[in-house]
Design a protein around this ligand. Structure first.
Ligand SMILES: [Zn+2]
Ligand SMILES: [Zn+2]
Length: 264
């Protein structure tokens, strides 16, 4: 659970000092010293603890080490999982300082390098990025994109790939308006509502490719599954996902999550 001062994690925190930002913690806005990294000690340690949480590399569920064998949970081993990807990678559960950083990122894009380096580190720990042919960001809904003026998942993918071998292609596009989905809805209803939400970009060449989808936050996984279905229909051979965070505690859905600012 502890992280050494020379670890990748702390080096990534220190690299934030390259940015011209106010000297406050980027996660909680507490004041930090002139020479300090942009995360305060509390948020830095909290983030390192979140990153250390174990999770299943097929479905993304965090079930504790006693239920994980070789990184795979009991449900995925027995074939009972509702969702099972070719590979699932995440930085941490959607909680605490990681959640605050992601919410902050959706309003100010200066955090893309930091979050991208965290995502790259998470990916390197779970697979060899040279085995991936394409990295494809989940598109934001067009209305959200105009409101924000930038494509957070594409920036995130580009930032992560600065640390990895490979190329980012925005070959998945929003096909239509996507209504808000709620975790309380039946999974069949959510799946029906999102069916056909994506289309392939003109000129996309997916046949036989190994693809990693990149997203910021996943809640129910229905968006990622629909994106995967679209890619598989386009000929993709293998589709994994890499996300900054996964919502793992149901109570957090009603208490701390901004449903307009996250994936589904
Ligand atoms: Zn802080
Ligand atoms: Zn699993």
């Amino acid at each position: 659970m502890s992280a050494r001062p020379d670890s990748f994690f702390f080096q990534a925190v220190r690299r934030l000092s390259d940015l011209l930002v106010p000297r406050v913690c980027m996660s909680c806005n507490a004041s930090v010293g002139i020479e300090a990294p942009e995360l305060c000690d509390t948020c830095g340690w909290e983030l390192s603890a979140l990153v250390a949480h174990p999770y299943c590399t097929y479905c993304g569920e965090g079930r504790g080490p006693h239920l994980l064998r070789e990184g795979i949970c009991t449900s995925c081993q027995t074939g009972d999982s509702e969702i099972r990807y070719s590979k699932f990678v995440r930085v941490g559960p959607y909680s605490g300082s990681l959640r605050r950083l992601i919410l902050q990122y959706k309003h100010e894009f200066v955090l893309d390098r930091f979050l991208g380096s965290l995502l790259a580190h998470a990916i390197q720990g779970k697979l060899d990025p040279r085995e991936i042919d394409l990295w494809i960001p989940i598109p934001s809904h067009w209305r959200r994109r105009i409101q924000r003026g930038f494509q957070p998942t594409r920036l995130l993918a580009n930032a992560a790939l600065q640390h990895l071998a490979g190329r980012v292609e925005p070959w998945l596009e929003s096909a239509r308006y996507l209504p808000p989905l709620h975790a309380g809805m039946k999974s069949t209803d959510r799946a029906a509502m999102i069916r056909g939400a994506f289309r392939l970009a003109r000129g996309a060449r997916l046949r036989g490719k190994r693809i990693m989808l990149i997203d910021d936050v996943t809640t129910t996984g229905v968006t990622l599954r629909e994106a995967r279905r679209t890619l598989r229909e386009g000929g993709a051979r293998w589709v994994g996902v890499a996300v900054l965070a996964k919502v793992v505690e149901l109570p957090a859905l009603t208490s701390g999550v901004d449903p307009s600012a996250q994936g589904q």
